[in-house]
Structure formats: C-alpha cells, structure tokens
Write a protein that binds this ligand. Structure first.
Ligand code: ADP
Ligand code: MG
Length: 211
C-alpha cells in the first residue's frame, strides 16, 4: 500500500535517499554544468549532500519541516557559491513552511514546494524562463499545489513529472542568469544543470514513496 503520509524520521530517510542519489549522479551533473557553466555543479552538490548525510544521519526528528531545514543548512554551510545559496534556500524555505507538521502528506508537499520556489526566486532573483533550476522548481511547485487533494505518492509523482518536464523545457531557453548567460544562443539545446538536480531530487522523493 502506498503511504498516505510520512513521519519525521521517514522524511529523514527520504532525504538521505535523495542525498545518496545526488552523490551517485555526480557525473551527470558535472557533464550538464560543463556544457553551460564551469563544470563544478556535480562536485558542489556531492559535497553538500555528503554534509546532509552527516547532519541527518544520527538525528531523531519530531517535525518534518526541521528535517528539510537541517538539510538546507548543511548544504548552505558546505557548498558555497550560487548553488549553495539556491539549493540551501530551497530546502530551508520549504521546510520552514511546514516546521509545525508532524506528518508529510500531500498538503505538506504543496506547502513545501510553494515556499521553496518562492524562497529561491526571492533569494536569487531568477524568473521562469531564465534557464535556471527555477524552470524545474516552479512547475514542480504548481503541480504540488494542485495535487494537495491526492495521495502522497500521487502528489510526489506529479511533482516529479513536472520537474522533469521543466528540465526538458530548459533546453529551449537562452540563459540570462549565472555563468551560462555569457553563452547567449549557444546555451540552446542543453538543459540547465540545476534543473537536472531538481528533477533528480523530485524523482527520488517519488521513488521513496512508491517503495
Ligand atoms: P556556480 O554557478 O557557482 O558554478 P553551480 O555550478 O553549482 O554553481 O550551480 C549552477 C546552477 O545554479 C545553475 O545551473 C542554476 O540552476 C543555478 N543558479 C545559479 N544562479 C541562480 C539564481 N540566481 N537563481 C536560481 N538558480 C541559480
Ligand atoms: Mg558551476
């Protein structure tokens, strides 16, 4: 039976699975950032997720939001650079919105992604269409909000599908933010590296629920 909601320690285990998946995906992320940036996105995310595993590994949680907030703090303090702030903010802002919750169900998925996307846009100033991770995160948030009446697994599957679609659509965008903006039209045809990361994160959350 698919789960209707996760406990705080199940959310911790989901986040640890996300961390393992991102660490394993380092070559894919490195390659994506090599096409458009300086090639350090895979190593940066790997470093951040290693810090996440250290921070969450031993902890016992009572709030689902606190798990995500700890994850964001660990990324921010270990990664540095644009993506440390951006991905740290994703988890911190999303987690803060549900810090009073003891369960992670479809409505918390909606709150988490809505506030994560808003937090990242406020922090980094990127808009949809700028060819950043916002182009995967913003559609994921829209899907999450409209899935709040569904089961947890359905909601996470919708989020994952929307993030993957956003990653694909980022191929057709011309970069206007970050390092890739100097490439102009040469950035066409490649997905944004951060959007690739967001799609992997969302896919792993959905896979954890379906297990
Ligand atoms: P850096 O750009 O410092 O080399 P990374 O390579 O780790 O950092 O991450 C690059 C990714 O960060 C980009 O692919 C993009 O998705 C994301 N990014 C960069 N700047 C912003 C921003 N202002 N808002 C949202 N995402 C951003
Ligand atoms: Mg880079």
């Amino acid at each position: 039976m698919p789960k209707e909601s996760l406990s705080p320690n199940e959310v911790r285990d989901m986040c640890l699975a996300v961390a393992d998946k991102i660490i394993e995906s380092e070559p894919i992320l490195t390659d994506a950032d090599r096409q458009l940036g300086d090639g350090d996105h895979g190593i940066g995310m790997q470093r951040g997720m290693t810090a996440v595993k250290e921070k969450l590994g031993e902890a016992d949680y009572e709030s689902v939001g606190k798990v995500f907030m700890d994850m964001g703090m660990a990324m921010m303090s270990s990664m540095g650079g644009a993506s440390g702030a951006v991905f740290g903010t994703l988890f911190r802002a999303g987690g803060k919105a549900i810090k009073g919750s003891e369960t992670f169900g479809a409505s918390e998925v909606g709150e988490f992604f809505k506030n994560a996307a808003q937090g990242v846009k406020d922090r980094g100033g990127a808009k949809p269409g700028d060819k950043t991770m916002v182009d995967a995160l913003d559609p994921a948030a829209a899907a999450a909000e409209s899935a709040s009446g569904k089961s947890l697994c359905e909601a996470l599957n919708d989020v994952s599908a929307a993030a993957a679609n956003g990653r694909e659509e980022s191929k057709d965008m011309i970069a206007t933010m970050g390092r890739a903006r100097t490439l102009g039209e040469k950035s066409l045809g490649h997905p944004d590296a951060g959007a690739v990361s967001v799609a992997i994160i969302a896919q792993q959350m959905a896979d954890f629920c379906g297990d």
